[in-house]
Design a protein around this ligand. Structure first.
Ligand code: GUN
Ligand code: ZN
Length: 464
């Protein structure tokens, strides 16, 4: 313990493995001045620790202490039209709403004001870690990184790459795209903020030429550790058909990324709804994370991912809001909708039509897939996301040595959407928060040991 460690006392709930929650009633977490968790103790040991003169004691009473949420896939500029225009499927939606909205981010003044609101909104909802897509624009993407740094969120930020099949008002040349990506990576690494990291972000195969994809793979591999890579994969059937026409030399959509050096253990791909057995094997063998974005998958009528199959096959899975294909900035919504998507699959309404490609295929081999439990969905929203983003040693739960990224949940806050009944267990209250709660219940948002839900953050939202 260092001289000024802090002891946070409350009911601690975190996930140790898929579906395995640990609950410590009136337990405590000891956090060092560097924001790192020193130890987690049960109620019986709290009194002894409290006596130590060198420790700050913060008694959170009836509140829950849970890990912060990890949003593995979110488009910060798309928050500017969140909740509107979701009546179209992916490719039409991109052309009609998304590209014109993202084009406005050429203007850094506009970008700053939009990004301040978006980042504040995600953080206030308990997203302690976010993997952001920005736009193609270098200056405004730097501004996004600067804002994430200022508010103290843990953020992985990508300058989007688009050099083909894109409208005149939202396209870059291949050479400019490469140059700007390198400059952006240098800008973020130069800040020397361990909370803010760059990520290579080809929008998706249709908008990124072979030459550009190859160069991006090289940029990623030229750093040690490799710069992370994020993109979209197998979201929509027309998109997949288009990719097949564009790349007949590749065996599958996933193989296109692979052949351009973009699939490795620090890559993660959103959606993957329609990935074949062979693609899933490739993703697993390369250590690529799957970011499941159920709200977006329903909103853009893309499909319902068979998440259980991904988990059974040993793939890494996290969750994403995919704002603004998804309409909610809250990972509580992603968690709830991941359960709904898994229930659709379990009743035979999901994307398990490619079962016949599995090696065990044959008459009578149609499998039943079990829906996600709330504990499993919570695992994906915390530990699963952290693992996909190569942050599994840093965040996701409260194991000693990880950073204290945590939410303080007050189920009894004035105006709470969560009711607490006599006789409720901590797990009853926790579940009710997961299904009914919102940002009103999220009293404090810790990232690396500091509460970031400050008056300044509230002012940022009030000013928007
Ligand atoms: N595929 C390519 N771009 C996008 C995007 O902005 N959102 C979603 N959901 N899918 C995409
Ligand atoms: Zn997306």
């Amino acid at each position: 313990m260092d001289s000024q460690s802090t002891l946070y006392i409350g009911t601690i709930i975190h996930s140790l493995a898929l579906g395995k929650l640990e609950v410590l009633e009136k337990g405590a977490i000891v956090v060092g001045t560097n924001g790192v968790i020193e130890k987690v103790v049960e109620a019986a040991q709290v009194a002894t620790l409290k006596k130590s003169s060198s420790i700050n004691v913060v008694d959170l009473g009836h509140r829950l202490i849970i890990p912060g949420f990890v949003d593995g896939h979110v488009h910060a500029p798309q928050y500017s039209f969140v909740g509107t225009g979701m009546e179209l499927p992916l490719l039409d939606w991109l052309n009609k709403y998304t590209f014109p909205s993202e084009a406005k981010f050429k203007d850094p003044v506009y970008a700053r004001s939009q990004y301040r609101t978006a980042v504040a909104r995600f953080l206030t909802n308990g997203t302690t870690t976010a993997s952001y897509f920005a736009t193609i624009h270098l200056e405004s993407t730097k501004i996004l990184a600067d804002i994430v740094h200022e508010v103290g969120q843990r953020g992985i930020i990508g300058k989007v790459n688009m050099d083909r099949n894109s409208p005149d008002f939202l396209v870059e040349t291949t050479s400019q795209s490469i140059k700007d990506t390198k400059e952006f990576v240098a800008h973020v690494l130069g800040k020397r903020d361990p909370l803010v990291q760059p990520v290579i972000t080809p929008r998706f195969v249709p908008s990124t030429s072979s030459k550009l994809m190859t160069s991006l793979g090289e940029i990623s591999a030229s750093h040690d550790p490799k710069i992370r890579v994020q993109s979209h994969l197998s979201e929509n059937k027309n998109e997949i058909k288009w990719v097949g026409e564009m790349h007949p030399e590749c065996g599958s959509y996933a193989d296109v990324y692979n052949q351009h050096g973009l699939l490795h253990e620090r890559s993660y791909m959103a959606h993957c709804i329609w990935c074949s057995y062979g693609e899933r094997e490739l993703l697993r063998d390369k250590g690529v994370g799957i970011i499941h974005c159920p709200n977006s998958n329903f909103s853009l009528s893309s499909g319902a991912l068979n998440v259980r199959r991904m988990l059974d096959e040993g793939l890494k899975v996290g969750l994403g809001s995919d704002v603004a294909g998804g309409f909610s900035p809250s990972m509580l919504d992603a968690l709830r909708q991941s359960i709904t998507a898994s229930k659709m699959v379990s009743i035979g309404q999901g994307s398990d039509g490619d079962d016949l490609e599995s090696p065990t295929a044959g008459i009578g081999s149609i499998k039943q897939y079990e829906a996600l439990s709330y504990a499993e969905a919570f695992h994906l929203a915390t530990v699963g996301g952290a693992e996909c983003l190569s942050l599994g040693d840093t965040v996701g739960n409260f194991l000693p040595g990880k950073d204290f990224d945590a939410l303080i949940i007050d189920p009894k806050v004035e105006g709470s959407p969560v009711d607490v009944f006599e006789g409720d267990s901590s797990l009853d209250i926790f579940q009710r928060f997961l299904f009914l709660g919102d940002d009103r219940n999220i009293e404090q948002v810790f990232v690396a040991g500091k509460n970031r839900k400050t008056q300044k953050l509230r002012d940022m939202l009030a000013a928007s």
